[in-house]
Design a protein around this ligand. Structure first.
Ligand code: TPP
Ligand code: SF4
Ligand code: MG
Length: 305
């Protein structure tokens, strides 16, 4: 008896099209991993843009977000996308936004970049565009590693995390990019969490009504790199907000801080223990707790509380 596989079911002639509305910035059928926080972020962003009737052009440097687009002639994005090198994304976006404004056209120019492109390789042009107060939105989805090249450490990787280049855990702490952007005195900077979709969407709506440079930092769980369960992504980032690991804040004109969600006293251990990237790293939890408490005291002071 030969072990041949049964013939594949023929694909139906009709009904193959995945319904794709204006709302769907990120189309179904993309190749992102299950539980990817970046995918949820794109979906929430798409909803706000659709609800506001805003067109957008995405500028995406090398990162998982550009792999998402897929191979020509198909694409997982429902909007025009410019793929750029790491270092040039904010410069590309500046040019596109300037031409749009000179032509009196509408629509948003949105840079969608990873932490590697934002904190490290693209920071020179990011800083330059912020300093010029270019009329664009920059969203860094922060999965705290160089995800699509195999999970190397970036300067957004938190201390003690195991990555492919820090097999014994990272020694240095996470760079505070939001404060660096605030120091440019841009009109608006804010952090986003997919565990707080209302807050997320409200902040994007707010940004649509502001002109000039607007910066967002999105905490983007990455089950592949963080060694976590895809179904737990939302719970994880919720724990990050509740424990104060990832504060939800806004900064207006670089100086007026607002805390959007107060940490509720959840122990950061609950966040760390769910991620295998932290296992066996001998983390000093008291040091983690005091670092978080210190940062939150500082944020409260900045917010005048
Ligand atoms: C100048 C330069 N250095 C390195 C690379 C290789 N590279 C492509 S994507 C990537 C990782 C990007 O990490 P990040 O921006 O955090 O996005 P993620 O992959 O995590 O989504 C690297 C190192 C490159 N394309 N260009
Ligand atoms: S590697 Fe991480 S960021 Fe990249 S698609 Fe997979 S889950 Fe998303
Ligand atoms: Mg990354």
């Amino acid at each position: 008896m030969t072990a041949t596989a049964p013939p594949a079911e023929p694909l139906p002639e009709e009904g193959l099209e995945i319904p794709c509305t204006e709302e769907c910035l990120l189309r179904a059928g993309n190749t992102n991993c299950g539980g990817c926080g970046m995918s949820v972020g794109l979906t929430l962003l798409g909803r706000v843009l659709a609800e506001a009737g805003e067109r957008c052009t995405l500028v995406i440097p090398a990162c998982c977000g550009i792999v998402t687009a897929g191979g020509y002639p198909t694409t997982a994005y429902n909007v025009p996308v410019v793929a750029s090198t790491f270092a040039s994304a904010p410069a590309f976006a500046s040019g596109i936004a300037t031409v749009r404004d000179l032509n009196g056209e509408s629509g948003q120019v949105i840079c969608w970049a990873g932490d590697g492109g934002t904190y490290d390789i693209g920071i020179a042009t990011l800083s330059a565009a912020a300093e010029r107060n270019e009329n664009l939105i920059y969203i860094c989805y922060d999965n705290e590693i160089y995800g699509n090249t195999g999970g190397q450490r970036s300067s957004a990787t938190p201390a003690s995390a195991r990555t492919t280049t820090t097999p014994r855990g990272k020694h240095e702490t996470k760079k505070q990019i939001i404060e660096i952007l605030a120091a440019h005195r841009i009109p608006y900077a804010a952090t986003l969490s997919i565990a707080h979709p209302d807050d997320f969407q409200e902040k994007i709506r707010k940004a649509l009504d502001i002109s000039g440079f607007r910066f967002f930092l999105l905490h983007a769980p990455c089950p592949t790199g963080w060694k976590t369960e895809p179904a737990e992504s939302i719970e994880l980032v919720s724990l990050a907000v509740r424990s104060g690991v990832f504060p939800l804040i806004e900064v207006f004109d670089g100086v007026d801080y607002r805390i959007n969600v107060e940490p509720d006293g959840t122990d950061p251990e609950k966040y760390l223990e769910k991620q295998r990237r932290f296992w066996g790293m001998g983390i000093d939890l008291d040091a983690v707790r005091s670092t978080i408490a210190r940062r939150n005291r500082r944020l409260k002071k900045l917010a005048g509380l």
